[in-house]
Design a protein around this ligand. Sequence first.
Ligand code: NI
Length: 259
Amino acid sequence: MIDSHCHLAGPEFIEDLDAVIERAQAAGLRRALVILAADDEPELKQGGEVAARWNEVRFSIGVHPHAAAKYAAEPGASARVVEAAIDAQPFTRGLGEIGLDYHYDFAPRDVQQAVFREQIRLARRRRLPIVIHTREAEEDTFRILAEESAGEVGVVFHCFTGDRDMARRALDAGFYLSLAGIVTFPRALELHEVAKIVPLDRLLVETDSPFLAPVPYRGKRNEPAHVVRVAEAVAALRGDTAEAVGRAAADNFDRLFNP
Ligand code: NI
């Protein structure tokens, strides 16, 4: 089992990092992909601490769309910040999370798009698969990914919450879908349908911890060990075993990220 998206280097885990990692390993996780914000110095530094304690973690680094406004004057500067962080962290295997967020609109949309494009170009130059954050921005996300030929390095839609049509569209483009704790929520009916149709060779599972704790931990801090609950929920929906789902998702992770 692999948690393909968590924020284990965030401030929420500094105090009990060892215990969190022990619980992840005890739950059967052999690896986690830790997301680092390229412009967050404390988080980048803490990434080194995480790697020192768990040598199987790998990293994905990017400028989140929420932070894009910082690069309004010069979007290309975002890619330079990301590249410097990649060069400083030898266990980097992905670029992201990057993308568009029109729900919060923390940065003007044209700026988000420019920063997104610059980072896709960097990902292609460095041959790194891309971890996508997209919210209420489906059309522009697909358009930019296509225009920039992002599929050549591999793309995963992290914490996928779209409907079946959006899932089909992403799958047709060759992308992977990563399901998070929301799939365990009883009322997430559209996502349940998605969990049933994703081919087993395009599915990833993640926690997005410390956010989005699955049932029965809703409202609490989430942690990588809980990815098992996500795999169980997906498996139940598909009439499969959690082991089979976890194994397939881990194989997909290895193929995509070449850890
Ligand atoms: Ni995230």
